[in-house]
Ligand binder design. Structure first.
Ligand SMILES: C[S@@+](CC[C@H](N)C(=O)[O-])C[C@H]1O[C@@H](n2cnc3c(N)ncnc32)[C@H](O)[C@@H]1O
Length: 271
């Protein structure tokens, strides 16, 4: 069937360049059709007919540039994805945090590339007991994403049946309250999480260091050199012996010299 818009290999190459420069995302050649579908949506929304016109629009129009990046990102996520990471958090990390922070009582966890919020909310629920027991401690979960649309969904914390159907009754009961619009994350979990828009390619404004950084299924979209540079930056914002948790198909590469592998894509900063 003929395409609604002309989309040439050169158009695709231009998009690959713009996306890599602004977000670090490396759109492989096999993503041609996927990118066409997503750009076609933006062409329809803006009333433009060609990719060339669209690319000049986003150069000058910040709002459309945001829409463009939102359209390109892949946001697949789900609650307790790679559950062994949350088991590790519960069994190993929390007891360590308790002994490490008895004096300063300050705990920081970062979900970098949090998408629609399932990851930081899974972290919050895993910390629930700890948060109740050490309620006076300064414990915060920072959750960031480049994509403003998913971040807004994350902030609202409202999920439909399909998003929660695989969760156990206990998890559902503890994490959500039922509303007429769906499953809403309870206030006590939402208030420990600070959602912020952050492009990992830009400078990072946060000052304090993190005990644990989850950056799962994000690096996979970047060039190898970008992945390595980011892992190095993560190391610099980790506490000594802090933990970096990557997605199942991501690796630490040459940065391995600075981390101790703990298995299942969990890495401990050496010093
Ligand atoms: C596939 S989702 C992973 C979500 C979650 N971490 C998980 O594992 O289920 C990848 C997320 O990374 C975000 N992302 C992509 N490039 C980014 C960048 N340069 N800075 C920040 N976030 C980015 C996307 O918007 C998307 O929400």
């Amino acid at each position: 069937m003929a395409k609604e818009f002309v989309f040439t290999r050169d158009d695709f190459k231009e998009i690959q360049k713009v996306v890599a420069a602004s977000s670090g995302i490396n759109l492989g050649d096999h993503k041609f059709e996927m990118v066409y579908g997503r750009i076609a949506r933006r062409l329809r929304a803006t009333g433009l007919r060609t990719v060339k016109d669209y690319l000049s629009l986003i150069e000058n129009n910040n709002l459309e540039n945001i829409q463009f990046i939102n359209a390109i990102t892949t946001n697949l996520t789900y609650f307790f994805r790679e559950n062994h990471h949350f088991e590790f958090l519960r069994k190993t990390v929390i007891p360590e945090l308790v002994s490490k922070h008895t004096n300063d009582k300050r705990v920081r966890i970062w979900s970098a590339g949090c998408s629609t919020g399932e990851e930081p909310y899974s972290i919050a629920l895993t910390l629930d007991e700890f948060l109740r027991k050490y309620a006076t401690w300064d414990t915060k979960i920072l959750a960031t994403d480049l994509d403003t649309q998913v971040l807004e969904k994350a902030r609202v914390g409202l999920y439909n049946d399909e998003r929660v159907q695989s969760l156990s009754g206990d998890v559902k009961k503890n994490l959500f309250e039922m509303t007429k619009n769906g499953f809403r994350v309870k206030d006590r979990h939402r208030k420990t999480i600070f959602f912020k828009q952050l492009n990992l390619m830009h400078s990072w404004p946060m000052k304090g260091k993190f005990d644990v950084i989850f950056c799962r299924n994000v690096l996979i979209y970047f060039e190898r050199s970008v992945q390595q540079a980011l892992i190095d930056k993560f190391r610099q914002v980790l506490q000594p012996k802090g933990l970096l948790i990557l997605g199942h198909s991501e690796s630490i590469g040459a940065q391995a010299q600075h981390f101790e592998p703990l298995g299942k894509t969990i890495f401990r900063r050496k010093v």
